[in-house]
Design a protein around this ligand. Structure first.
Ligand code: SAM
Length: 295
């Protein structure tokens, strides 16, 4: 089990995160996106023998795998099956008034991307789901079936920065009138049909931005991020680092602006993964790490 979790997802910008968080014995850290526990394990090792991590994870499957991996650390780790958007209320519930660092490694884990049945990827045919928390009520198929053409276009435009948003939304709405859009392949094929060949991007699949946009909408990712950015600094002790790894420009912009506006924080420069890291872990390619220190 331990090895399985470690093999399923390589933590991004591992050394850089440790350099900013500087984990120390006896301190307490919050990992907003525990995933398979790679970053948390690093923080626990670096803060031995008594450092603690409180890890938030929405996805039960990931939380169970992480729990197996982190078992050797005993009660130094607490796993909360809740959204990091509720970090404030959860920390207060645990009696934790402040922490010595917060990390959020946004986006999907390799576990989610690589399990076709989770419906995040168009590379395999599966129900178009995309819920990070499989217990939440609304999946991507429900959004595709239930919102108006204009709302669909807005989702693609705002969350996917997709220039062909109106065209794609019109085509999907025409298609759904005769047949519900149920699978990832069906969706990817419809997007490819909607966009004239000359507008197909060279480097990415033509449906990439639509999939990103739907994922953000299903999981309310930007709302969650804004709540984390608003509440997080209240819990940071002076000198503690707030580290966020984002994977697309929308998230990065929100983090950059929030760090700049927040008088409680002193933001540093953005950091990008090394070429060596990208070569061994292609998922790191689009990562940007931003860290701010609580003044
Ligand atoms: C990129 S992975 C984190 C990987 C982790 N750092 C590691 O080393 O294994 C992001 C994780 O955040 C989780 N997640 C996304 N949104 C969340 C939310 N609002 N609350 C809690 N967990 C969330 C996802 O389910 C996913 O497992």
């Amino acid at each position: 089990m331990t090895e399985q979790a470690a093999e399923l997802h390589l933590p991004v910008m591992y050394n850089e995160v440790l350099a900013y968080l500087q984990p120390k014995n006896g301190r307490v850290y919050a990992d907003a996106t525990l995933g398979l526990g790679g970053h948390t394990e690093a923080v626990l090792k670096a803060s031995a023998p008594n450092g603690r991590v409180i890890g938030f994870e929405w996805d039960n499957e990931a939380a169970i795998l992480a729990a197996g991996r982190l078992q050797p650390f005993g009660d130094r780790v607490t796993i909360i099956h809740a959204s990091y958007a509720d970090m404030a209320v959860e920390l207060i519930g645990l009696g934790v008034e402040s922490v010595d660092g917060i990390l959020a490694d946004l986006g999907v884990s390799s576990l989610q991307l690589d399990r076709p049945e989770r419906g995040f990827s168009f590379r395999k045919d599966a129900p178009v789901d995309m819920r990070m928390n499989p217990e939440s009520a609304i999946d991507a198929a429900a959004i595709l079936a239930g919102v108006t053409e204009n709302e669909l276009a807005d989702i693609f435009y705002h969350y996917g920065e997709e220039r062909q948003a109106r065209r794609i939304a019109a085509h999907l709405c025409k298609a759904r009138a005769s047949c519900r859009i149920r699978t990832t392949r069906q969706l990817a094929d419809l997007v490819a049909e909607a966009v004239p060949r000359r507008f197909h991007p060279e480097k990415i699949h033509v449906a990439t931005r639509v999939f990103q946009a739907l994922r953000i909408a299903v999981n309310r990712e930007l709302d969650n991020l804004v709540r984390l950015l608003t509440d997080g600094p209240d819990f940071l002790r002076p000198g503690a680092a707030f580290c966020i790894i984002s994977f697309h420009s929308l998230e990065d912009r929100i983090v950059k602006q929030a760090f700049r506006r927040d008088g409680r924080l002193r933001p540093g420069k953005p950091v990008r993964p090394t070429e060596e890291e990208v070569a061994t872990n292609p998922r790191a390619r689009s990562a940007t790490l931003r860290c701010a220190v609580r003044v």
